[in-house]
Design a protein around this ligand. Structure first.
Ligand SMILES: Cc1cc2nc3c(=O)[nH]c(=O)nc-3n(C[C@H](O)[C@H](O)[C@H](O)COP(=O)(O)O)c2cc1C
Length: 200
């Protein structure tokens, strides 16, 4: 009989073994609809002050990648009207990577006295972490990427976001063709004893 899995050791190993996989290294098959929904259900378990659910994930279908490529090229033109053909082709190519591509969007309205914008970004980030872990547990590679197009108001409008929404990053998911585990920050650098200053 195999030893039953220690849930603590299993969970910590799952977290420690997760690593990002560049969208360039993500190929078919991507997650099925049911698997993607499980990942999003995991994301929905993130801490959420006052249960505002201040985010959503927009799925960019394969048939919509050409439109996304146009928006990337337009955003490049906005910040660099002299961009050459190579730069324009590079910008367009970013739309055509990974079988599953999601745009993660944070919602900053309605205002709530108890919940500042930072908390909404934390909720989205925690949700994305759950999603990445769920994808990893299912055997998929995934990565969060941003890019300068996401800073363009014209991009956000053309992408169909509401005035109170901000694009935060893309989520690429697929089958990994390469693995690269990165070194992690040291716990000693991350954890410190609080040292408040004396006096007022
Ligand atoms: C919101 C967000 C956006 C990111 N955008 C990029 C990006 O555009 N390009 C990139 O190389 N890494 C980006 N990263 C970092 C990678 O997603 C990844 O975290 C990093 O490469 C470390 O890899 P790891 O997840 O294996 O530790 C981003 C991370 C976050 C949280």
């Amino acid at each position: 009989m195999p030893e039953p899995l220690d849930p603590v050791a299993f969970t910590l190993e799952l977290i420690a073994s997760r690593h990002s996989v560049s969208p360039k290294k993500l190929v078919e098959p991507g997650p099925t609809e049911a698997q993607l929904r499980q990942m999003v259900a995991a994301a929905a378990c993130a801490p959420d002050h006052r249960e505002l659910a201040p985010w959503r994930l927009l799925r960019i279908a394969p048939a919509q990648r050409a439109r996304l490529a146009e928006l990337f090229e337009a955003a490049l033109h906005e910040r660099d009207p002299d961009a050459d053909a190579t730069a324009r082709a590079d910008a367009r190519a970013k739309a055509d990577r990974a079988p599953t591509l999601l745009l993660a969007v944070v919602r900053l309205a309605p205002a709530h006295d108890d919940v500042v914008d930072t908390e909404r970004y934390v909720t989205l980030g925690a949700g994305l972490m759950n999603l990445l872990l769920a994808a990893h547990a299912m055997g998929f590679g995934a990565m969060l990427t941003s890019g300068r197009a996401l800073r363009s108001a014209a991009f956000a409008r053309a992408a169909g976001l509401a005035a109170d929404e901000r694009p935060v990053c893309f989520v690429s998911i697929g089958t990994a063709t390469a693995a690269r585990r990165r070194p992690r920050a040291s716990v000693d650098d991350l954890l410190a004893d609080w040292a408040p200053r004396a006096g007022g």
